[in-house]
Design a protein around this ligand. Structure first.
Ligand code: ACM
Length: 564
């Protein structure tokens, strides 16, 4: 989304497909820095990491087993086994409990905290209902005598498996070729790790262009590798309504038909949506549904005349302007509008095991300030009455009647615009926290500096957020330094949104997201402090060998020492 978009004009540039850099010549976990020295290959950088290069490596061999110990461990083990079997061709049986041999991987849940015990008891829902940093913490030990991951909850165990995959050879993230004679080696190492922030999100705009379920599942797999734990789905906008609502069927029958540029429409049935939620939960990712209100509503308004002040449904919209649509605040429409708000928030909440409901609030430029505040009070009350915590874009802070604890999502710049500061602090003043998505660093739909063509000869993205965004810029910001007065404890986390006005498929989404999303993942997970850009770039190069193996599309930005 954006303030006043500019239409992107395709420009023919030197071809840079972003699809596949040749397989790595680098050893398992390491990439070279500019001195040729090895650096750890894990993104996001762990809290503590020790590489013991002189010690015997761990070797995954045809005899390896995955030993699952403790509540919830077997599901995590099964998912890891699936990936490793595909990459190795080994049998890799999952065994419950018992001591591990040198070739085994032990995954153990130890309920050392009340939070961990709760999360473990909740099983799969632990991911959906959120464990918090303690439940996501883990330790990983690798060496000649075996491999083991310990965590207080299954969420931490799963995060540990994502580090393990990054330390094993990249081929294991793909489909099996010839296995090395002495197995797949990972260097002797110790990792002790926990996230900085509770909420580490990626947002997909499936409203401007619809992405079918399978494409969303693919994005979930890719963000899980980076230990992101929220998928925010921007489900409704002027151009499309993408989620079945039983009480208001025309929302999808009419409002689901369109997309930007008249391209493929579509929507998720409730069963489709449950598949997304389940796939996410198995990876300990919470789905946050967004119904954008009261602006960005042309698709809903075009489906139901009674939601319009003049009682006339507008035509469907396929352009990329913003700020022209609004729900109606007038008392004559109050019955229809409030019934719509109650039904939609109830049905969306019923599909949502996680704690959050995003209700938009941005760019309501066609709503008077008075109507905006009136509608916000009704929208947020409807959301809160479902028992969920409401999230809103930072403009929602204009309301002083937010349900206590409402979360604000900041989308101004790294250098905050004046008006964004009080709007953002309003959430904190009303007992809430803030998610940071500074648009000139975290919006993945901003152009790359060299405006590359994709394999299909298209150029993608927009440049309204202070021009193109480099990987350096995506990595350079510090969440606690953006909004004066916003302290560490006021920050729920960070999120990298991608708006799809110019992107039509998951290949195009990934082309824009990777590698810049790695920067946001690291800012959300890794401890605060100095950022070593060279070290980060070397780890990005190392991680790209996994993207090559798993088929994740990325754009090889300049400055990263990509393997050749
Ligand atoms: C936004 O980009 N309008 C949240």
């Amino acid at each position: 989304m954006r303030r006043r978009t500019r239409t992107t004009r395709a420009r023919l540039m030197a071809a840079a497909t972003g699809l596949l850099v040749a397989a790595s010549a680098l050893a398992g976990c390491t990439g070279p820095d500019q001195n040729g020295d090895a650096v750890p290959g894990i993104i996001p950088a762990p809290t503590a990491f020790e590489l013991r290069e002189a010690d015997e490596p761990f070797r995954l061999t045809p005899d390896s087993r995955i030993i699952a110990d403790g509540p919830g461990a077997a599901d995590v083990a099964a998912l890891l086994a699936e990936t490793l079997r595909a990459g190795s061709g080994y049998e890799l049986p999952v065994v419950e409990g018992g001591a591990g041999e040198a070739a085994d991987l032990v995954l153990a849940v130890r309920e050392t905290t009340a939070e961990g015990a709760d999360a473990a008891a909740a099983g799969l829902d632990a991911g959906a209902a959120f464990g918090g940093p303690d439940a996501e913490a883990y330790t990983l030990e690798l060496g000649g005598s075996g491999a083991r991951i310990d965590a207080a909850a299954p969420a931490g165990l799963f995060r540990g498996t994502r580090s393990l995959l990054q330390l094993l050879p990249a081929e294991l993230s793909g489909s099996a070729g010839a296995a090395p004679a002495d197995g797949f080696a990972a260097p002797a190492a110790s990792v002790d790790d926990r996230p900085r922030f509770t909420y580490r999100g990626a947002m997909l705009d499936v409203a401007r262009h619809f992405l079918p379920v399978e494409e969303v599942l693919r994005y979930l797999d890719a963000i899980a590798l980076l230990k992101l734990n929220v998928l925010h789905l921007h489900l409704t906008d002027d151009q499309g309504w993408r989620l079945q609502i039983d009480a208001w069927p025309a929302l999808t029958e009419v409002g689901g038909e369109t997309s930007v540029g008249g391209e493929r429409g579509g929507f998720y049935t409730k069963d489709d949506y449950r598949r997304i939620v389940e796939h996410a939960a198995a990876r300990f990712i919470t789905v946050v549904p967004e119904i954008d209100l009261p602006g960005h509503t042309n698709a809903a308004l075009s489906a139901y005349p009674e939601l319009n002040c003049d009682g006339v449904a507008p035509a469907p919209y396929q352009g990329i302007e913003v700020g022209f649509s609004s729900l109606c605040a007038s008392p004559e429409r109050a019955e229809a509008t409030d019934r719509f708000l109650a039904d939609v928030t109830r049905e969306v909440a019923e599909l949502t095991p996680g704690p959050w409901l995003h209700l938009g609030g941005d760019e309501s430029l066609a709503t008077t300030p008075e109507d905006y505040r009136d509608l916000l009070a009704r929208i947020t009350a409807a959301g809160a009455s479902t028992g969920k915590t409401v999230i809103g874009w930072h403009e929602m802070g204009a309301s002083r009647e937010l349900p206590r604890g409402t979360i604000g999502q900041y989308w101004s710049f790294v250098e905050a615009e004046d008006e964004a500061v009080p709007l953002t602090m309003s959430f904190v003043e009303q007992g809430g926290q803030v998610i940071l998505s500074p648009a000139d660093a975290a919006y993945l739909d901003m152009k790359y500096v060299d405006d590359p063509q994709t394999a299909l000869g298209r150029t993608l993205g927009q440049d309204w957020a202070k021009g193109p965004t480099t990987l350096d810029e995506a990595y350079a910001w510090e969440p606690a330094d953006i909004v004066p007065g916003l302290g560490e404890a006021d920050i729920l986390g960070v999120e990298a949104p991608i708006w799809t006005e110019t992107m039509r498929t998951i290949d195009e989404v990934e082309f824009m997201a990777f590698p810049r999303i790695t920067a946001i993942a690291e800012i959300g997970w890794s401890p605060a402090g100095e950022r070593d850009h060279e070290n980060f770039f070397a780890r990005v190069a190392s991680l790209a060998t996994r993207w090559d193996a798993s088929g994740t599309v990325y754009y090889p930005v300049r400055g990263v020492p990509w393997a050749d």
